[in-house]
Design a protein around this ligand. Structure first.
Ligand SMILES: Nc1ncnc2c1ncn2[C@@H]1O[C@H](COP(=O)(O)OP(=O)(O)OP(=O)(O)O)[C@@H](O)[C@H]1O
Length: 370
């Protein structure tokens, strides 16, 4: 059981500022995932929590104790890396037992914990093998087992699945989800590039950009109510369509006319001051559907189709070559290149962002709360 609290955590390398004052409250037992573009500081933040990097300023607490100056081995954490870093000459059993042997645990205790971890990770029948005789996924499970036996208060994962092929990735991701269920009191913090891992594993996702937190929320909060344009386009694949638009009528609902030439009635409240303002209008590819009847949001011609089997990505020219509209339609719908297409969306799935990229949904929620 351990909360992890960060207050104004900054990290610089010389003149290079990497983390710009991170404030974050992670609750005991939570599974937190850090995501963000390459170089945004995810690993640096994780390594700072682990104590592998010294923070430049701010305060880092684990389980109520300020750990800024506490060495990694005394922080009650265990970390799993992308490269499994197993000892090649030791069996799976000895790899998992190693830290406890160093810690002078009794043989009986070591044996109990190694066997328990092996059971959780389905490694029991491999305990006598050397790492070279195991697959990448099995090796990563040993690396996770080695962390489990230490009974950490906080479990840190730095892109643990990125060296695995697609099938093993899925299998090991499910192992990690089950591991979390079997260790509900253990706080877990996980860095990934993979949206599916973030969406499926996280209790809450932290979206980082250039060393700042953009938004923290449950996967569905970030997906349904992204706080700004960056999060809207970072979460979800393909990214949300964003089109220039103007507010024709403010209030609730808001009416916008967008670059596609049509008007949309959006059930989002906007203040009177934004009437006539230029905004960004957003709709996810998967929220667009072929319009039935006279009511539609977009009209265009099919420019390109990527058939993926179960679904197809259809790129629609709505009169602006620089802004192709992407829609995700079921794979069995017949869509031909060059054909005319009208698309619609549920008004509840439409988004509007102000000129600074902030979502009006969150604006109004914040205004109400204030
Ligand atoms: N030891 C170092 N000295 C100088 N700069 C560093 C050092 N380590 C990391 N950086 C820089 O800090 C920034 C953040 O790096 P970090 O590895 O935390 O990013 P990341 O979000 O994990 O990226 P990726 O997704 O590519 O792994 C990068 O610009 C990187 O070049």
């Amino acid at each position: 059981m351990a909360d992890v609290t960060l207050r104004q955590v900054k990290k610089s390398y010389g003149n290079l500022n990497i983390l710009h004052g991170i404030d974050l409250d992670i609750k005991s037992g939570e599974f937190i995932v850090f995501v963000g573009p390459s170089g945004c500081g995810k690993s640096t933040l994780l390594r700072s929590i682990a104590g592998l990097e010294e923070i430049t300023s701010g305060e880092l607490k684990i389980d109520g104790e300020v750990v800024n100056d506490v060495p990694p081995s005394k922080r009650g954490i265990a970390m799993v890396f992308q490269s499994y870093a197993l000892y090649p000459h030791m069996t799976v059993y000895d790899n998992m037992a190693f830290s406890m042997k160093i810690g002078k645990e009794s043989k009986a205790e070591i044996d109990k914990r190694v066997r328990q971890a092996a059971e959780i990770l389905q490694l029991t029948k491999y305990l006598d093998r050397l790492p070279k005789a195991m697959s990448g996924g099995q090796r990563q499970r040993v690396a996770i087992g080695r962390a489990i036996v230490r009974n950490p208060k906080v479990f840190l994962f730095d892109e643990p699945l990125s060296n695995l092929d697609a099938a093993l990735r899925v299998a090991t991701r499910i192992e990690i989800a089950k591991l979390k269920e079997s260790m509900p009191a253990t706080t877990m913090i996980y860095v990934t590039h993979d949206q599916v891992e973030a969406m499926t594993l996280a209790d809450r996702i932290v979206v980082l950009k250039e060393g700042h937190i953009e938004q923290v929320g449950t996967p569905m909060e970030l997906y349904k109510r992204p706080g700004n344009l960056f999060v809207a386009q970072f979460i979800g694949s393909p990214a949300m369509n964003i089109l220039p638009a103007t507010i024709d009528k403010s209030g609730d609902p808001t009416i916008v006319s967008h670059v596609g030439g049509r008007k949309a009635t959006v059930p989002i409240a906007t203040p009177a001051s934004v009437k006539g303002a230029s905004v960004s209008f957003g709709v996810r590819p998967e929220d667009l559907m072929i319009a039935i009847g006279a009511d539609y949001l977009f009209e265009g011609t099919v420019d390109y189709v990527e058939q993926l089997g179960e679904v197809q990505l259809v790129y629609v020219d709505i009169g602006r070559a620089d802004l192709p509209l992407v829609t995700k339609l079921p794979g069995n719908v017949e869509v031909k290149r060059g054909a005319a297409l009208r698309l619609n969306a549920d008004p509840g799935d439409l988004h509007i962002f102000d000129a600074d990229g902030h979502s009006f949904t969150l604006h109004m929620a914040e205004a109400k709360a204030a």
